[in-house]
Design a protein. Structure first.
Length: 203
């Protein structure tokens, strides 16, 4: 369970991801886990107490996420039936994620990503992200790098949250009419919000 990760579907071709440092590190690891097997998918449920966010004047609910390599053959429409069968027969499984690598990639990887970006879809109240293994690894490494940078971010310490970057180029780098071209990633860490803790009564 990721307890502070909220992923909102695209509005005007931009999705929104809000997460704390620990969850950014976990999320990066989960993308790498999804990249390791053509027979597996990773499901990330909504955290408890999840609330909609205001995007362009309207409330937009966060959604659970399903991650898979594209060679699993998993379609978004397959997920509801698959999830029901898992509830009947699932067993706990412990998985070790591959170690993160630097998020920088050589030019040839960028070119392959431009030609074949990740696929984003929304079906039955679930966001599904599928991509080639190499791209899932890359997204995971990028998220881990963001998580590592959170504690040094001055905006986190002042305001409790900070814009870390756009996950652009992974989905639709040319900003065509596809459903999404970027994720806006915001770190949310109230523990770093000094004013909030000053106002709390002493125990």
């Amino acid at each position: 369970m990721l307890r502070s990760t909220f992923l909102y579907p695209p509005h005007h071709h931009v999705g929104h991801l809000k997460a704390g440092r620990a969850d950014l590190l976990r999320l990066g690891a989960l993308f790498r886990v999804a990249a390791t097997s053509s027979r597996s998918a990773v499901y990330i449920p909504l955290p408890p107490g999840c609330r909609p966010t205001a995007l362009a004047g309207g409330d937009t609910p966060a959604l659970p996420v399903l991650l898979a390599r594209e060679d699993t053959g998993l379609r978004p429409s397959d997920w509801p039936d698959l999830r029901r069968s898992m509830r009947r027969s699932s067993a706990p499984l412990q998985v070790t994620a591959p170690a993160a690598r630097p998020p920088d990639r050589p030019d040839d990887v960028h070119r392959r990503t431009d030609r074949r970006p990740a696929r984003f879809s929304e079906h039955a109240g679930t966001i599904t992200i599928t991509a080639r293994a190499e791209l899932l690894f890359w997204i995971g490494d990028w998220l881990t790098d963001l998580g590592d940078r959170v504690v040094q971010d001055p905006h986190i310490h002042r305001h409790g949250e900070s814009f870390l970057g756009d996950m652009a180029g992974f989905f639709d780098p040319r900003r065509t009419d596809q459903p999404m071209h970027a994720f806006c990633v915001v770190a949310v860490e109230p523990i770093f919000h000094r004013d909030r803790w000053r106002k709390q009564p002493a125990k």
